[in-house]
Design a protein around this ligand. Structure first.
Ligand code: GAP
Length: 519
């Protein structure tokens, strides 16, 4: 059986082979941690965005959307704290000339202890069989106890150094733990330095005095600087939210795990403005609603968990991540943050403008508090692909690769196929496709055997294949084949729209969210 790592590699290769994701500018050997979405990837991504956008702006009459520019006045980033504090601690290996994130090197070392512990547990579980008690074993086995103590001590020392921003201590930990460069194998490390993650460029010609500007590292600030514009023009009453989907850019040093950590990526962010003092109630509300949004896709409830932050940013009074079980462990897909009134206050301070809300019910003005929900489109895409990619053993020794994508998100909803390329079947198939294409993304395929065509559609996750045969010309019926069960059914052409709509309708998914919310 393939390990999770092998399956992940295959899934990544599959994404390229079937037009989901390509390395950026691949003919020039690509660009690190930058990817292009292909013909199927863009459809899946658009469907994810549509699901998020509609869940925000259709289901909540007090949430509206905007689309702010990527370039913003540079003072925005001074006010938000990104110029001074959006840093990663970096360390270079003098022999390989490779650069690493010091915190990632240490986290990898913690993960190594965890692997050692797990290995011992797995070995013992095999030896002792059914009666094995993993917890008791961890508490009593001397070797495991030693690994656990080392892991915990390292974790504590590392957290302390990060909290205190102590770069010297981070280097000392790397030396004490005897962490080597994976390329050179040596411990010839430089000091640890802070490195700002924002990309910079210039606006205007140098003669006019060019202005240093940044590519936004998050979309959120476009919402904060438009707070008054939207509140006034939309006559919005607190509590209300502003949603946005857009590109963000970070000069990530450690870019790995495919589209998990990219230098150019997309965020879906919503800032929800509330009365001071009510933020923790809303924080809890949005935590639950966002988890529901994820679970409604049916990828498996057990694949999600909250990870509450112990270390809070200085402006936050609560924060949690929604983590998804990727093949490389539970990883953050979305962040939910109670950001107090930090951002609006900072923009008021730096712009000199009064950014407040007059609350007619309280007859009082205040700077609203903010709950933020922030999810990466690309990470969401990755979590869906990881859950959907399956290599199935079929009866008769055959195998198939199938993407069990939630039908509502599938790039193509139906593929219409004439059984043979003659006898008027292609024309009839085109007729069926012309009828469906106004409602669903539909494709047409007449090449190769039906079996091969089914496999091609399984590989891109198409929920329905529709075959037109000679009988169709007589009885106006077709064979519809379901992706997940591979079952086939003979149905009338007039029923097709209903059958497909029932499975892929976004409205049904949205109704699920409100139905559960009202319970
Ligand atoms: N406005 C808050 C904010 O940007 P964040 O935790 O830095 O918070 C939010 O980012 C989400 O954006 C993450 O949960 C993740 O899904 C996505 N994200 C962040 N950095 C990313 C990267 N380098 N590549 C892909 N997605 C990223």
């Amino acid at each position: 059986m393939a390990t999770q790592e092998e399956t992940f590699k295959k899934m990544v290769a599959h994404c390229k082979e079937y037009g989901f994701v390509f390395p950026s500018s691949e003919i020039y050997d690509g660009l690190g941690a930058v990817y292009d979405y292909g013909q199927n990837g863009v459809e899946l991504k658009n469907n994810i965005k549509q699901y998020w956008w509609q869940a925000m702006t259709l289901l909540h009459e007090n949430i509206v959307g905007i689309d702010a520019a990527i370039f913003m006045h540079p003072t925005t980033w001074k006010a938000s704290g990104h110029v001074d504090a959006f840093n990663d601690p970096l360390i270079d290996n003098r022999d390989s000339k490779k650069r690493y994130r010091a915190d990632v090197l240490i986290e990898d070392q913690i993960a190594k202890y965890e692997e050692k512990i797990q290995k011992e547990v797995d070995k013992a579980a095999k030896r002792f069989g059914e009666s094995f008690d993993a917890e008791l074993f961890k508490q009593t086995n001397p070797r495991v106890k030693e690994h656990i103590e080392k892991r915990d001590a390292l974790h504590e020392r590392y957290s302390r150094a990060m909290n205190a921003n102590d770069l010297q201590e981070l280097k000392q930990i790397i030396l004490d733990e005897e962490i080597v460069c994976p390329i050179s194998g040596t411990r010839n490390w430089t000091d640890v330095r802070q490195f700002n993650l924002m990309f910079q460029t210039e606006m205007g010609s140098t003669a006019d005095g060019a202005m240093k500007i940044y590519l936004r590292p998050e979309t959120a600030q476009g919402i904060f600087v438009n707070f008054l514009n939207v509140q006034k023009t939309g006559r919005m009453k607190i509590p209300f939210g502003i949603a946005q989907i857009g590109k963000a850019f970070r000069n990530e040093i450690v870019a790995r795990q495919f589209v998990f950590r990219m230098r150019e990526f997309e965020q879906m962010e919503m800032q929800f403005f509330v009365r001071p003092g009510e933020e923790l109630k809303w924080f809890e509300h949005w935590k639950q609603f966002r988890l529901k949004w994820h679970k409604a896709l049916g990828l498996g409830d057990e694949k999600y968990r909250f990870h509450d932050h112990e270390k809070l940013a200085h402006y936050a009074n609560a924060a949690t991540d929604i983590e998804f079980q990727m093949p490389f462990g539970f990883k953050e897909v979305e962040g939910i943050h109670s950001r107090t009134n930090f951002d609006l206050s900072q923009h008021a301070k730096y712009s000199g403008k009064k950014i407040e809300y007059f609350d007619p019910e309280l007859n009082q003005s205040y700077t609203p508090y903010v709950i933020e929900t922030s999810i990466g489109v690309d990470r969401m895409f990755l979590s869906i692909m990881c859950a959907a990619y399956k290599e199935e053993q079929l009866a008769g020794g055959d195998t198939r690769v199938v993407l069990n994508l939630p039908p509502v998100l599938a790039p193509v909803k139906a593929c219409v196929m004439p059984l043979v390329k003659k006898d008027g079947l292609p024309e009839k198939a085109r007729e069926v496709m012309d009828m469906l294409k106004f409602d669903f993304k539909t494709t047409y395929d007449e090449k190769d055997s039906i079996g091969k065509r089914y496999r091609r559609q399984d590989a891109v996750g198409t929920p329905f294949c529709i075959t037109v045969d000679h009988d169709t010309l007589e009885d106006n019926c077709v064979t519809i084949r379901m992706r997940d069960t591979m079952e086939q059914e003979r149905v009338s052409i007039s029923e097709l729209k209903n059958i497909i709509a029932k499975a892929v309708d976004m409205k049904q998914l949205l109704r699920k969210l409100t139905a559960e919310e009202n319970q």
